[in-house]
Structure formats: C-alpha cells, structure tokens
Design a protein around this ligand. Structure first.
Ligand code: ATP
Ligand code: MG
Length: 247
C-alpha cells in the first residue's frame, strides 16, 4: 500500500469541475467528487448519465474538456492510463483482458512479474490470490474455459496483484448470475477490509446496496446526489430518476 494513502485528510482521488464535451454534447458537466481512503464508492445513474465517460476521464482513456483530476494530491490530467496505473490506480476495463490459451496461474505469474518490475514490493503470492478469488481449483485451467464470473474474478485478481491504492471497476457484475454477483460483492468487501479503496460504476442496485459505503448519483452529466450509501439510496428523488420521473 502506498504510504501516502494512509493520510486520511487527503482524498485518494479527487475530481474538480470535471467536464467532457463530445462535439456539441456536454456529457460531463462540472463534476466534483472526492474518494477517501478505505471507501467503496459506487457511481450510479440512469442510462446515458455519463458514468462510463466519467470513469474514462478518471482512468485517462478520455481527456477532460475542463477541470482537474488529483490522485493522492498529484494532478493526473496529462497522464496516460499506464502512467496512472504505475502510480497505484488499478483499472479493470470492460474489454476482457485475458489470454484464452494461458492458464489461470500463468495470468497471475504475468501480473506478478509486472509488480516486481514496478518495484512496489511483494504482495500476495499466487496461492493466496487464487484462494482469495476462488480460483484454486481452476489454477491449471485455460482462462478461455472459465465461466464468465471466474473470468471477471481472474481479471480483478490480476488488477489487485499489482498492489494498487485504488481499484476502479466499470460494471463488474454485468452478465453475472445472482450467486456470482453476491460472491463478487463479498470479494469487494474483503478487498476493502484488506485496505483497498474502490470506485465502482454499477447498475445493479442490490449489488450497490451490498458493497457501497458512499454513493454518487450522476444524472445528465452532473452530480445529482452524493453521500453515505444508505441515505442516498433511500432518497425518493434518486429512485425517481431511475424510473425516469425527475427532469
Ligand atoms: N465517444 C463519444 N462520442 C460522443 N458521445 C458520446 C461518446 N461517449 C459517450 N457519449 C454520449 O454521452 C452520454 C453518456 O454516455 P455514457 O456511456 O457515459 O453513459 P453511462 O451513464 O455510462 O450509460 P450506461 O448506463 O448506458 O452505461 C450518452 O448520451 C452517450 O451517447
Ligand atoms: Mg456505461
């Protein structure tokens, strides 16, 4: 864990006045958000609210039209995704990042070799990662033969093996069964207990209730609500925007 992350006064990740325009469309409009050490922050909102665009601004896939991004107090705006990853932001992209022909254990060997190159110290070894992410029985299986859920967990295990300060997930339970979703929630809570900070973009409200400590609601590219999870999720106006009632 990055020692800077233990400074509770300083947010792990901060967006200030973040905006993104695509041609004439203002997709993200002046978003402020601060994620503190140890949180599981869920970003929710109806279809087209700008969640994935906001996520991509934070990870560096898109560059902002205006505003600032700070990670552990350092301005990130000009950094490419791989440079953000090097600083301790780990990202599980929506596109699968696995090699179907390699085994589960070989994937983890690969990501652990990146960790040694990064000089971030030793983290969990392969056996512990396999156990934590429920992949022990599949260690010699080709990744291409894993269930959809186990592929997701392998990717999360690879992201976590890099010992990040912050793990960013965009819709980690899309397409998973109810059981797989529930288990993914347990894995996320375990990672939080291990000291990781997480930001999760998600649609599945049952899953959000299971994992979130704080919730940011995006609507029309702006922050509609932001606060402690139970309070935000209990708000009637938040339910209304999901049902398409609010303007
Ligand atoms: N590269 C792009 N160029 C132009 N418009 C875009 C681009 N990416 C997203 N948009 C538009 O920005 C808006 C927000 O899209 P975004 O994918 O961020 O929403 P979202 O909240 O992630 O939605 P969903 O819940 O469907 O995943 C949409 O109207 C979308 O059409
Ligand atoms: Mg999206």
């Amino acid at each position: 864990m990055n020692s800077l992350a233990t400074d509770v006064a300083q947010p792990v990740l901060e967006a200030r006045g973040l905006s993104k325009r695509f041609g004439g469309a203002q997709v993200i409009n002046g978003v402020d958000m601060a994620i503190n050490q140890g949180e599981v922050r869920c970003v929710i909102g109806p279809n087209g609210a700008g969640k994935s665009t906001f996520f991509k601004l934070l990870t560096g896939e898109h560059s902002p039209s205006a505003g600032e991004i700070y990670f552990l107090g350092q301005r990130l705006n000009a950094l490419k995704p791989f440079q953000r990853i090097r600083r301790g932001m780990s990202i599980k992209f929506q596109i699968p990042g696995i090699f179907p022909e390699l085994t589960v254990a070989q994937h983890l060997q690969l990501s652990l070799s990146h960790l040694r190159t990064a000089g971030r110290g030793a983290g969990d070894g392969i056996d512990i990662l396999l156990e934590k992410f429920r992949l022990t029985a599949e260690r010699r299986q080709r990744a291409g033969n894993l269930s959809h859920g186990k592929k997701q967990w392998l990717e999360i295990a690879m992201a976590v093996s890099l010992r990040p300060t912050l793990l960013m997930l965009d819709e980690p339970v899309a397409g998973l069964s109810i059981e797989e979703t529930q288990l993914t929630g347990e894995l996320i809570k375990q990672m939080q207990r291990d000291g990781l900070t997480l930001m999760v973009v998600e649609h599945d409200m049952t899953f959000v209730r299971q994992i979130a400590t704080r919730v940011t609601v995006l609507h029309g590219g702006r922050v509609f609500a932001d606060g402690e999870a139970a309070q935000v999720l209990a708000r009637e106006d938040v339910a209304d925007i999901y049902l398409g009632k609010a303007s």
